[in-house]
Each structure stands twice: as structure tokens, then as C-alpha cells.
Design a protein around this ligand. Structure first.
Ligand SMILES: O=C1O[C@H](COP(=O)(O)O)[C@@H](O)[C@H](O)[C@H]1O
Length: 318
């Protein structure tokens, strides 16, 4: 991955595991506190030479020994174009790994700028090499609007990504746009439960929540992820898989969203952020502060590995 980039064009931070591979199994609906893990970025490692960091490629071989370990990487690219190139490779490598291991690849999309960053997956070599038939696509959050509405995350993904790759239509799980926010959240949670029952979606042994293979997340300038906004009580939801919001500070106001227990039960999360407008939130999330988390993005901690994909503008305050 970034090993093909020069040290000057890709500054890579590598943060060591915060969980052991022998983490205790925490039963379903165990104390929320047991499910919450904290990450403290280790600034001491920021200047480590690339040779000391090891491969950051999420290929089957490099991740084989990582299961159960919570790793955090930060990749900084000279341009959004380079970011998109490496994000495609990262995603394709994980697709290969999970398609071989599980016979399915469960991928969660966010809306916003993330979708444009996936454009390289729609080109050679990935258009032909990825096992698109193994993909199962869901959304980490969705606006409660018709699927053909300009604000729909489904429409954004369909126009910018899904219409350009051969994922079977039956493997794309959009929200039911005929329902209220409450109804759509319940309906989507039921959809997840069916996928678990069918064996398409794994279950986290650690938390009992569904375990997606990969979540591709964006972050707003205010540090929100999914539709979990700073200071909003939904950030603290510990039991539901999917919930709803009717007072989103960012329009449109009505949305449904995965909760943090589901987000953090994922195997891998890519946090894809570009642009100077997000550099403040990136600084808060990845800077030297020992303060407790103030932004939702600081609570993101998947079971196996979190990788930040930043362009240099987003990383400019680090
Ligand atoms: O409203 C939303 O915003 C975030 C961030 O969007 P971005 O355009 O600033 O990247 C997005 O991740 C989320 O899915 C969406 O509903």
C-alpha cells in the first residue's frame, strides 16, 4: 500500500494493538462499559521510520495474525487522488480476504464525500478482479427521504458507485423509504437480524452485536460519524442496533443510524477524510490531547483494525 509511496508523500502513523488476541468473551447485552474501548493515540510513534512500521496492506497475509487485536493506523496522502487509489486497493484486499474466508463480504457505506473516494474501485483492475457477487452492501446511516431524493445516501451511492460495479441487486440493502424514521430504523434492524440468521452477517464473539467485515466511514467537520452528532444522546445508545434521529443538526433532520456498539463490533473500519475543513476535528481525534473524547469520531474503535485515510489538507494540523 503506502510502501509504494515515498516517505515525503505518505506519512504513516502506526499505533500498536490496544486489545490482546485473548480478550474475554463478553456476552450479549453485557454492561455497556465492558463493550466500550478507548484509544489513546501514541504520538511517540508518529516519526517512526517507515521500515519500522511494517506493511500496512490489509491483504490476507498481513492481517492473518491480527484477529482480535485492535490496531490503529493513520495514512496521509499528498492528494485526494492518491487517497482514492489506496482506498481501492485496501478495500479490494479485504474483499478478497473475506470472500475467501467467509464466502461473503459485508460492506457498510456512509454517505457524503466517501462515495467519490470509492471511484477507483469502478475501474481496472478492480472492476474485473473483485468478487462483486460476494458483496453485501448496507448503510451506516440514511436520511429518511425517498430513494430518489437528492439527500438520499442510497441515491448517492447508486449514482456514484453501485451502478458502476456488478453487485447483485439482492445484496444491496437500502432502507424502506415508505416508513417513518422509527419504522425504518426497526425495519433495518430486522434486516440485519435476518442477515445474521442467514449467516451472511457475522456476530461478534466479544459483544454479541453484528460484526461487519468493513465499514467505510466519512466524518463531518464537526466530528460526527454516521448520524451520531457531538453532544447528541444517540451517541450513548448501548442496546439498539439501529436507531433514529429527528433533530439532526445537519439537514435533513430525520435519519436512521447504526449505533456505536454495531459500528465498533466491525472487523475493519476505514475512516476516510479529506479537505482542510475537517483538519480541526482530525486534530482533536488524532492529536496529542489526553482529554477524554469530545467528538463521536473519537469513539470509533473496531474490533480488528481502524485505518484513517487522510489527504494532506485534512492532516494539516497534526
Ligand atoms: O450527513 C452525513 O455526513 C457524513 C459526513 O459527510 P461528508 O460529506 O462531510 O463526508 C457522512 O459520513 C454521513 O454518512 C452522512 O449522512
Amino acid at each position: 500500500m503506502a510502501s509504494t509511496l515515498s516517505l515525503s508523500s505518505s506519512l504513516r502513523y502506526f499505533l500498536p494493538p490496544t486489545r490482546t488476541s485473548h480478550a474475554p468473551v463478553i456476552p450479549l447485552f453485557a454492561s455497556p462499559r465492558l463493550r466500550q474501548r478507548s484509544i489513546k493515540p501514541l504520538r511517540a510513534n508518529l516519526k517512526a521510520p517507515i521500515s519500522a512500521l511494517g506493511s500496512s496492506s490489509p491483504s490476507a497475509s498481513s492481517t492473518a495474525g491480527m484477529a482480535g487485536q485492535n490496531k490503529k493506523k493513520v495514512e496521509v496522502f499528498d492528494s485526494e487522488e492518491q487517497l482514492a487509489v489506496q482506498l481501492a486497493k485496501y478495500t479490494a484486499d479485504l474483499s478478497d480476504k473475506f470472500s475467501k474466508e467467509r464466502g461473503a463480504f459485508t460492506v457498510v457505506l456512509s454517505g457524503g464525500s466517501l462515495i467519490k473516494a470509492l471511484r477507483k474501485l469502478c475501474e481496472a483492475p478492480y472492476l474485473d478482479s473483485v468478487e462483486w457477487g460476494k458483496w453485501h452492501v448496507l448503510w451506516v446511516d440514511e436520511r429518511v427521504v425517498p430513494k430518489d431524493h437528492e439527500d438520499s445516501n442510497y441515491k448517492l451511492a447508486l449514482d456514484g458507485f453501485l451502478s458502476k460495479v456488478p453487485i447483485p441487486a439482492g445484496n444491496v440493502y437500502a432502507i424502506n423509504d415508505a416508513l417513518s424514521a422509527e419504522g425504518a430504523a426497526d425495519d433495518y434492524e430486522t434486516c440485519l437480524k435476518h442477515l445474521v440468521t442467514q449467516g451472511v452477517l457475522a456476530t461478534s464473539k466479544a459483544t454479541g452485536f453484528p460484526k461487519f467485515d468493513l465499514m467505510l466511514l466519512g466524518m463531518g467537520p464537526d466530528g460526527h460519524v454516521a448520524s451520531l452528532f457531538p453532544g447528541h444522546p444517540l451517541v450513548n445508545e448501548k442496546e439498539k442496533w439501529v436507531t433514529f434521529i429527528k433533530d439532526s443538526p445537519k439537514p435533513p433532520p430525520e435519519r436512521i443510524t447504526f449505533t456505536f456498539p454495531v459500528i465498533n463490533s466491525s472487523a475493519y473500519i476505514a475512516m476516510v477524510v479529506n479537505g482542510a475543513g475537517k483538519s480541526g476535528a482530525v486534530q482533536t481525534a488524532l492529536g496529542n490531547s489526553e482529554n477524554s473524547a469530545t467528538l463521536p469520531v473519537q469513539l470509533v474503535a473496531p474490533e480488528d483494525e481502524l485505518t484513517w485515510f487522510l489527504d494532506k489538507e485534512a492532516a494539516s494540523k497534526l
